[in-house]
Ligand binder design. Structure first.
Ligand code: HXC
Length: 257
């Protein structure tokens, strides 16, 4: 597949998408959204892919939704086109997705990173929701996901002032899983993704689904959901293999069954 705004490759069991609009600091326009979804469709359909990594450049993961594309939009258009709803397809993916973020992750860039299952950040990463300076607010889930990840006080401060948060503060606040030197970012993210991809894919997918439930339902409902899928895992060959491998002191060889 030939893409204009992203680069796509497969390394072992990991699918890698690199945002590639350097002239616009990877601003997220509608062409890029379409191509990301096309690439994700292909990775989700490929049984050989167990984890997906999304990254940008050293300077910018993405500096936001494309302001030049949005500037002249009208309310009737955004409403009728359900503008930005295509991002729900991205956030609804079932395979594990890791964002590897260096440089600016602003506005929609920060929101895109938060749609992934976790973020590994370079030490030069800068996160922010500066939409208020443009006369709007986050429109791709930022008000909800940022608040769940870092709490109301910091989410309010960031969305109401537009200030950026550095990598160290982002790790301390729970926005990112880990910070690594910028030169090591892709290697570290790929290594982490290979680890995830070496597990049983159905088990990893059920784990992702169950953790995401925590944002949707009460604790009691979430625990019930967890227990149901936990029980279901005993119907898989991979549970038998994983536990047999432990007892026999060897590496597990999961078959995604
Ligand atoms: C379109 C963008 C862009 C964006 C940068 N560019 N961000 N184009 N949309 N979001 C373009 C610039 O216009 C410029 O193109 C080129 O990328 C390089 O950017 P510079 O500003 O020259 O770089 P620098 O001085 O290093 O500043 C970097 C920056 C700044 C601090 C990240 O670019 C910036 O503030 N960008 C906007 C960040 C932002 O507001 N994001 C939120 C967008 S709204 P030219 O052609 O001039 O060289 C959003 C969600 C909206 O994401 C949801 C509500 C509906």
């Amino acid at each position: 597949m030939a893409f204009e705004t992203i680069l796509v490759e497969t390394r072992g069991k990991v699918g890698l998408i690199t945002l590639n609009r350097p002239q616009a600091l990877n601003a997220l326009n509608s062409a890029l959204l379409g191509e990301v979804n096309q690439a994700l469709d292909a990775f989700e359909a490929d049984d050989g892919i167990g984890c997906i990594v999304i990254t940008g450049s050293e300077k910018a993961f993405a500096a936001g939704a494309d302001i030049k594309e949005m500037a002249s939009l009208t309310y009737p258009h955004t409403y009728m086109a359900d503008f930005f709803s295509g991002w729900e397809k991205v956030s609804g993916r079932r395979k594990p997705m890791i964002a590897a973020v260096a440089g600016f992750a602003l506005g929609g860039g920060c929101e895109f990173a938060m749609m992934c299952d976790f973020i590994i950040a370079a030490d030069n990463a800068k996160f922010g929701q500066p939409e208020i300076k443009l006369g709007v607010m986050p429109g791709m889930g930022g008000t909800q996901r940022l608040t769940r990840l870092i709490g109301k006080a910091k989410a309010m401060e960031m969305c109401l002032t537009g200030r950026m948060m550095g990598a160290e503060e982002a790790e301390r606040s729970g926005l990112v899983a880990r910070v690594v030197p910028v030169a090591d970012l892709l290697d570290e993210a790929m290594k982490t993704a290979q680890t995830v991809a070496s597990m049983s894919l159905p088990i990893a997918m059920m784990t992702k689904e169950t953790i995401n439930r925590a944002d949707e339902v009460s604790l009691a409902e979430g625990i019930r959901f967890e227990r149901r899928l936990f029980h279901a895992m005993f119907a898989t060959a991979d549970q038998k293999e994983g536990m047999a491998a432990f007892v026999e002191k060897r590496a597990a060889d999961f078959k995604n069954r």
